[in-house]
Design a protein around this ligand. Structure first.
Ligand code: SF4
Ligand code: SF4
Ligand code: FES
Length: 266
C-alpha cells in the first residue's frame, strides 16, 4: 500500500502568545501563520492579543499595528490599503478561513479569535507572503496586451460603449476590474492540484479580458493557445473562484464564455 508522509515543514507548531491588551475595553486575538523557509524551523502559529482601540477597523490595520508596535519580524505585503493593488490577499477567518483582502475586511466581521494565513497552496516566501512567480509566469504566457495587425490610427483605437461595457461590466465588475490578487486561483481545487498546467481562474479571466476586447485582433491565436485539455478545460465549474472574489467579479463566467467561443468556432 502506498504510504504518504507530509514534508517535515508542513507540520505547523504552536508558537508564542503575546498579550499587549492590558486595560483594553475591546481586545482581540490574532492567530498568525509564521514561517521563514531559510530558518530551517517548522512553521508556527503565533497569537497576539491586542487592544482594538490602538488600530483601525480593518484586519490589515491590526496586522500593521502588530508589525509596527508589537513584533517587527512579522512579514506581509500591502500597498494601497484600499482594495486596488491586490497585494494584501491572504486567508482570514474565525473558523473556516476565506481568501480575501486584509485591507477591506473588517475586524468586526469576525467573532472571537481571527486566524490569518497566506493564500493556500502556494509556496511561502515568508510568513504571510506567497511566492507569486508561477502565477505571473502564467500571466505573461497569455500575452496580456493589445495585439493588432492593422496600422495604428492617428489618435487611438476607439470602442463603442457597448463593447467597453463587456470589459468594464455594467456595474464596474467586468474582467478589466480584476486586481490580480489571486484569491480566486488559490481557492480553486483544480488549480491546487494542477497549477503546473491549468491556468486557473485569475489568469483565464485575464485571457478573456483580451479575447473580449473588440480592439484586439488576435482572438483566434489567443483561443488556439487555450485549446488544451489542461490550460482551460481543468475548470470543472466548482465556482469557488466567483464566490471568493473580493471585488465581486465572476471568473467562472469568463471561463464559460471562453468555452462557448471554442465551441462556436468549431
Ligand atoms: S469554476 Fe473553474 S476556475 Fe472557478 S473554482 Fe471552479 S474549477 Fe476553479
Ligand atoms: S478575479 Fe477577483 S479574486 Fe481573481 S484575481 Fe481578479 S480580483 Fe482577485
Ligand atoms: S493593500 Fe492593496 S488591495 Fe489591500
Amino acid at each position: 500500500m502506498a504510504e504518504f508522509t507530509l514534508p517535515k515543514n508542513s507540520k505547523i507548531q504552536k508558537g508564542k502568545f503575546i498579550d499587549v491588551s492590558e486595560g483594553a475595553k475591546t481586545a482581540r486575538s490574532f492567530k498568525i501563520y509564521r514561517y521563514d523557509p531559510e530558518s530551517g524551523e517548522n512553521p508556527r502559529w503565533d497569537t497576539y492579543k491586542i487592544d482594538l482601540s490602538k488600530c483601525g477597523p480593518m484586519v490589515l490595520d491590526a496586522l500593521l499595528y502588530i508589525k509596527n508596535s508589537v513584533d517587527s519580524t512579522l512579514t506581509l505585503r500591502r500597498s494601497c490599503r484600499e482594495g486596488i493593488c491586490g497585494s494584501c490577499a491572504m486567508n482570514i477567518g474565525d473558523g473556516r478561513g476565506t481568501n480575501t483582502l486584509a485591507c477591506t475586511k473588517a475586524i468586526n466581521d469576525f467573532k472571537g479569535e481571527i486566524t490569518v494565513s497566506p493564500l493556500p497552496h502556494m509556496p511561502v516566501v515568508k510568513d504571510l507572503v506567497p511566492d507569486l512567480n508561477h502565477v505571473y509566469a502564467q500571466y505573461t504566457a497569455i500575452e496580456p496586451w493589445l495585439k493588432t495587425d492593422t496600422p495604428a490610427p492617428n489618435r487611438e483605437r476607439l470602442q463603442t460603449e457597448e463593447d467597453a461595457t463587456i470589459l468594464n461590466g455594467a456595474d464596474g465588475n467586468g474582467p478589466a476590474a480584476c486586481i490580480l490578487c489571486f484569491c480566486c486561483s488559490t481557492s480553486c481545487p483544480s488549480y491546487w492540484w494542477n497549477a503546473d498546467r491549468f491556468l486557473g481562474p485569475a489568469i483565464l479571466l485575464q485571457a478573456y479580458r483580451w479575447i473580449a476586447d473588440s480592439r484586439d485582433e488576435a482572438t483566434g491565436e489567443r483561443l488556439d493557445q487555450l485549446e488544451d485539455p489542461f490550460r482551460l478545460y481543468r475548470c470543472h465549474t466548482i465556482m469557488n473562484c466567483t464566490n471568493t472574489c473580493p471585488k465581486g467579479l465572476n471568473p467562472a463566467k469568463a471561463i464559460a464564455e471562453i468555452k462557448k467561443l471554442m465551441v462556436a468556432r468549431r
